[in-house]
Structures are given as C-alpha cells and as structure tokens.
Design a protein around this ligand. Structure first.
Ligand SMILES: Cc1cc2nc3c(=O)[nH]c(=O)nc-3n(C[C@H](O)[C@H](O)[C@H](O)COP(=O)(O)O)c2cc1C
Length: 429
C-alpha cells in the first residue's frame, strides 16, 4: 500500500497520475453515458460535467442550461476551467493524487498509543476473526472505504473498482457525494455500484449543507436510490465550503434539517466530517437528532483546506487556507472522547489511518468500523491488483496486531487492556 506522505507513495504519484488518465480513457471506451462526449480530463470541455455556476438556494435544482456558461463574477475561481459539480470531483481526485494535501503540523494521533505485546497469545493466528456487526449488518471485516468518488465517467470507474474490491474482501463502501447525480440524472450510473457490490453495505453521501440550499428528504431519498445504498451519510465540511471557490456556507439551523432527514428516511442516516473531526458534544447532538451512526473523519490525514488552496486563484483565500493546515481534532482523540461520552452509539473511526495497526488502534479505542480514504485512492487508480493488495495489507496488519496482543476477535480487541497511552515526554530543563 502506497501511503500518503511516504516516500514510496510520492515516487508512485507519476504512475498513479498516468493510471488515472488511462482509467479515464478506458471509461470513455465503456461510455455509460453516451449522450455526452468526454474528450479529456480537466480540459473544461466536458459537457457531461457542465453545470450552472449559480449555486444559490433557489436555483440549485435548476436544469442545466445549454447556453454558454456566463463567468460568475465570483470572488475567486478555480484554477482549472469550468469547475462544475461533477468536474470538481475530478479536480479533487487529481489534487489528492498529485499535491501535498495532507494536514501538516497535526497527526491523527495514533502514535500516542502503543499495543503492549503479548508473547504468549494462546491462540492460533488462523482462528482470528474480523467478523463484525454494524447497524445490524454482518461484515467480514470492520473496515470501510471512505466516501470519495463518482459524478463523472472517470470517477465512476474508480467507484466500480472500489466496489468490486470491497465486495471481494468484505469491506463496507462509501460513494462520494451523490449530489451531482441527484441534480443530473445522466450521472446516476457513476454511483450505481450495487451490481458490483451486492453483498456489502453501501453508503450514499450528501453534503449536509445542501439541506440549506434546496435539498430535502426527497433528494436524500433519491441519493439512496441512485446508489442502491443501505445507509446514507451526510457530510459536514464547513471549512472546505469556505475555501471552495463555489462553496455553500449557510450552516445555520442545520441540525433541525438533519433531524428531519434522519426521521423521514427509511434507511439509517449517519453523519461524518471530512477530515477535521467530530467531538463528543457534536456527536451527542447528532445522535440526539436521530443520527444512526457517526464517522468522526478526524484530522491528521487529508486536509480539505489544503486541497481547496490548490483550486483557488484568490491569493487571500489561498494564504488563509494555509493557516488551517493543522486545524481539527486528531482522529484518535475524537474516537476516544466520543466513545467515552457515548458508549452505545454506532461509531466509525476514520481520518488519516495509514495501515491496519492504526485501524486496530481505532477499534481498540472504541470505533465499530475503521475507514480509509485517500490512502486507497492511489492504488484504486493504479490497478485492480494494486487496490486488492492495499486492502489485503490492511487486513493482514490488523489481524497481526490482534495476534500480537492475543485478541481472537473484535470484542477482545475493543476491550483490550493492552492499548497503552504513551506519556508525553516532558523535558527537564
Ligand atoms: C478524492 C476525495 C474525495 C472525497 N469526496 C468526499 C465526498 O464526496 N463526501 C464525503 O463525505 N467525503 C469525501 N471525502 C473525504 C473522505 O471521505 C474522508 O473523510 C477524508 O478524506 C479523511 O480521510 P483520509 O484522511 O483517510 O483521506 C473525499 C476524500 C477524497 C480523498
């Protein structure tokens, strides 16, 4: 697995970038959206991804205009042309593969914990079980591919690949925000992973803030239908929206709207962050509003202020985004405090997980599932084999960590007294 931030990862960026373009070409050949042509990635001439630039509340559900796009007299615009909803995802994927978009000056916090080795585990490695129950569904592993892609042919092809791999290995799968397909039905195929992943839980995704901009229960229901999903997750990404050239920052009264969606949807609805974390107080408000699960998506991995910094041409916003490179609550901290305050809430630990030992620590701290985002993106665009290797490696690391502490199953891992919080080194001057 080529991990973000590692040398091996960096040396493979060029390969992955080429692989993404190749994937793009392949997906054109298999054109599932034949009504639109897609000439090349990021050129801005992709009619499939053209959307009105106007994201104001009353116009958001408007049909796309065929008229030439008027340049919005926006405060700042994307570096790449025609940065519309579907195409924005391609920019995000490109930046996440090619630029330093990791948080800096902050970590996910797992290095503050260490497992105390057990030399006599009294169990057979082969008997270790990763099986778990989450929201009443049985999973072969307690692992999740975090919400990332969809919305264009290239990113739809990534979803297909993620879905096939998740199905083979028994991981749960989140798709990226389905908003683009709710607004433009011709993009639906890029989120339809159910036929590739019939046996695992699939999670549809919508930005919670869209509930302030014309989206409601019907649009959320539609997102679930499009993805053939078992659950829906609403993402909270306030700071990203501030730095995003086309961001929506109306976060007032969102909890009531989230509550309504939780109440009226027939599937469980969860809430996640995107890399800045959810603390115990926020988790408590969300569970009380009816959230079926929380994914803390904490800090220390992908930083969305860093990603958006690369997309903005506004020098003020670019500079300001830099100040948030170390923003957020470290993932390990989020999991520990949410679990301590809310012992029974369904909880996903994600954000900056690098390997299966981090996943083991997330689970030992109290997460029910452990999620991986950007670290799987490179392997996913590289090849089916690279992605399979990455998932297998995480499982091997998790299983071996369990062997190393003598935990035969996840109940034993979660209750282990062998997770030690390292003391902070205080220098004596
Ligand atoms: C390319 C990319 C696209 C993403 N798109 C979404 C999205 O559409 N919806 C969402 O909730 N999170 C999205 N995320 C955030 C991830 O789900 C995850 O919460 C975040 O990247 C932190 O995890 P990581 O540090 O393991 O990457 C995206 C992440 C990446 C790398």
């Amino acid at each position: 697995m080529k991990r973000a931030g590692g040398n091996e990862y960096n040396s493979n960026l060029a390969t992955q970038h080429r692989s993404f373009d190749l994937l793009m070409k392949k997906s054109n050949a298999g054109d599932r959206c034949r009504r639109v042509s897609h000439r090349s990635l990021g050129t801005g001439d992709d009619s499939m991804n053209q959307m009105p630039q106007d994201d104001s509340p009353h116009k958001i559900l408007k049909k796309p205009s065929t008229a030439p796009q008027a340049v919005k007299p926006a405060e700042h615009q994307s570096l790449l042309p025609s940065s519309t909803t579907g195409e924005r995802k391609i920019e995000h994927v490109r930046l996440c593969l090619n630029e330093e978009v990791g948080a800096s000056g902050i970590t996910a916090g797992f290095e503050h914990y260490r497992f105390r080795h057990n030399a006599l585990p009294e169990l057979n490695y082969d008997d270790i079980s990763l099986r778990t129950l989450f929201l009443g569904r049985e999973l072969r592993t307690p692992l999740l591919i975090s919400s990332m892609t969809g919305g264009s042919k290239a990113t739809g092809a990534i979803n297909d690949r993620l879905a096939e791999a998740a199905e083979r290995r028994g991981w749960a799968l989140g798709v990226g925000s389905v908003r683009a397909a709710v607004e433009r039905s011709e993009l639906a195929a890029t989120f339809q992973v159910r036929n590739k992943a019939p046996g695992i839980p699939v999670i549809a995704n919508i930005g919670a803030v869209q509930l302030s901009y014309g989206f409601g229960v019907d649009e959320c229901r539609r997102a679930v239908e499009i993805a053939g999903a078992d659950w829906l997750v609403l993402h909270l990404n306030g700071l990203q929206e501030v730095f995003q050239p086309e961001g929506n920052t109306g976060f007032a009264d969102l909890l009531t709207r989230i509550e309504q969606v939780c109440r009226e949807l027939s599937v469980p609805v969860g809430v996640k962050e995107v890399g800045w974390g959810i603390d115990a107080d926020t988790a408590s408000r969300l569970y009380s509003a009816g959230a079926a699960f929380i994914d803390v998506a904490g800090a220390g991995g992908t930083s969305w202020s860093q990603v958006e910094k690369f997309r903005s041409t506004d020098p003020v916003r670019r500079a300001a985004a830099e100040a948030f490179a170390d923003w957020g609550i470290p993932t390990a901290e989020c999991i520990a405090e949410v679990r301590a305050a809310l012992p029974h809430g369904a909880l996903i630990g994600s954000g900056g997980l690098k390997h299966g030992v981090d996943a083991a620590k997330a689970l030992a701290l109290g997460a029910d599932l452990a999620g991986f985002g950007r670290n799987l993106l490179g392997p996913a665009v590289e090849s089916e084999e690279a992605l399979d290797h990455a998932l297998a490696q995480v499982e091997l690391e998790l299983r071996t960590a369990m062997f190393g502490i003598g935990a035969p199953d996840l109940a034993a891992l979660r209750g282990t007294p062998r997770l030690i919080r390292l003391q902070k080194q205080v220098k004596d001057y």
